[in-house]
Design a protein around this ligand. Structure first.
Ligand code: FAD
Length: 431
């Protein structure tokens, strides 16, 4: 069997790459290890940043978006890739909406830390599972082989293994690696991300670092291996994501003593580490009725309520003193000892709410080095023939640290590099 464009992985990156390659006239085959496509994309909130789109209310630009991303990673990411991805972000979201029926809208009412303007886009259900549903609908008619785990890749073909142990070889014209990062591979996490190795992994277990393994064997360069998206707010023991909007809009995190320990406005990714350093590796998100109502607009939060994770009228030894301190800080203006200002959001008012949370690893950001065309580069910087990567399989936009992750960098790289990869893969000589 020889196919123009073979795509490994059917998450957001793989499906977007496949749509782009099919739109460009190529014959496409997607290979997915699971019985049904899901990936980390289906576990996510499905929020994708893009600028300037027609969905946005405020003026924005790709340049401003790139500046936000580079500010967050302290300039550690390659600005050429960041700028290329940002430039392609709005056309990609509008192409998915207009040509492929993904009903994007703007996420309104709050900003994630580091976003200078509202530019997150989501589907009406505000969930990655729903986003996957729309992408799969759009991809109807494209050959998708599920329960087909790719085991080996060489310069011409891929080998797949089926659940019954049978094996097949598929030759490709071009290959798009969209099989994400290595969050599900404990040995690789321990090697590259020791600081988070003992924490909960909240992403897709099937993401085993295969792209890095195959790419490296073919001579590809890898980069950003110490970067990842963490999260400081996963309800425990329930295992439900608690939106960080509770923090950006005025909430605080305290430990079991009722004391704050970090700047909740720095970013949810880096918040995983200080949370894990608290007694028992847990913290409590504290907020009020106003923020509870905001939370209720998120499906994950509704699930947390149903699961009994949300407690009313919490009592911790020093909580009242901590809240008093935040009120004083708000009145005085300026910043607290962690660098957070309390002046710009309404002070918390009783009755208070609390959710016990822990820190987690969401996905890895390191991967195959690619150029602006999503071509995988060798160690001397030259494109490897007919090999493309995007999403978690490629080096991300976050530099080398957990704090370099700006909210949305994950799906941004998945859908935008996915589209670029699919378009370019389709342009290669056909069979
Ligand atoms: C809880 C959570 C919330 C998140 N929220 C957001 C958010 O709101 N916004 C955002 O930008 N990012 C978010 N992220 C990150 C985002 O989910 C990922 O960056 C993104 O989904 C990566 O897309 P992908 O297509 O590269 O990988 P995935 O969606 O993980 O897809 C990879 C696919 O490849 C398959 N695969 C792997 N290996 C093989 C193999 N050998 N053979 C065949 N198939 C294989 C997998 O089974 C999987 O289906 C979140 C992550 C988590 C965990």
């Amino acid at each position: 069997m020889k196919i123009d464009v073979v795509v490994v992985g059917a998450g957001a990156c793989g499906l977007t790459a496949a749509l782009a390659a099919r739109d460009a006239g190529a014959e496409v085959l997607i290979l997915e290890r699971d019985p049904a496509p899901a990936g980390s994309t289906a576990l996510s909130s499905g929020f994708i940043p893009a600028a300037p789109t027609r969905f946005q209310k405020e003026g924005d630009s790709a340049r401003r978006m790139a500046a936000d991303i580079l500010r967050k990673n302290h300039g550690e990411a390659d600005p050429r890739i960041v700028e290329a991805v940002c430039r392609a972000s709005a056309p990609t979201i509008e192409w998915l909406a207009d040509r492929h029926g993904v009903p994007f809208r703007l996420v309104e009412g709050f900003l994630y830390p580091g976003h200078s303007v509202e530019r997150m886009h989501c589907v009406p259900e505000k969930s990655g599972a729903a986003l996957m549903g729309y992408l799969q609908n759009a991809a109807r008619g494209i050959d998708l082989l599920t329960s087909a785990r790719v085991t080996d890749v060489d310069a011409r073909s891929v080998r797949i293994e089926r659940p019954d142990g049978s094996r097949e070889t598929v030759e490709y014209g071009s290959l798009v690696l969209a099989c994400s990062g290595f969050g599900g591979n404990r040995a690789m996490v321990r090697e590259h991300l020791p600081e988070i190795a003992d924490a909960l992994y909240f992403g897709h277990a099937g993401n085993q670092g295969d792209a890095v393994r195959w790419g490296s064997a073919l001579g590809a360069a890898v980069s950003g291996m110490s970067a990842y998206q963490g999260h400081g707010s996963v309800a425990t023991p329930h295992g439900i994501l608690v939106t960080w909007a509770l923090m950006t809009e005025g909430g605080i995190q305290v430990n079991e003593r009722g004391e704050r320990f970090a700047n909740e406005h720095a970013g949810y990714s880096e918040a995983c580490l200080p949370v894990l350093r608290q007694p028992g590796g847990v913290a409590w998100c504290i907020y009020d009725e106003r923020l509870h109502q905001l939370g209720m607009t998120f499906p994950d939060y509704q699930e947390a309520v149903r699961a009994g994770a949300v407690k009313k009228d919490p009592s911790f030894p020093r909580l009242e003193a901590t809240l008093e301190e935040t009120r004083n800080l708000a009145a005085a203006g300026g910043q607290d000892r962690f660098g957070r200002s309390f002046a710009d959001k309404p002070a918390l008012r009783p009755p208070y709410y609390a959710i016990k949370v822990t820190g987690a690893l969401f996905h890895t950001q390191g991967g195959l080095l690619v150029n602006e065309r999503a071509q995988v580069l060798d160690r001397s910087g030259k494109p490897l023939p007919r090999l493309y990567a995007g999403g978690g399989a490629a080096c991300g936009l976050s530099g080398n640290h957990v704090w370099g992750y700006l909210s949305g960098n994950g799906l941004l790289s998945a859908v935008v590099l996915g589209r670029i990869a699919g378009e370019n893969a389709a342009m290669r000589p056909r069979r």
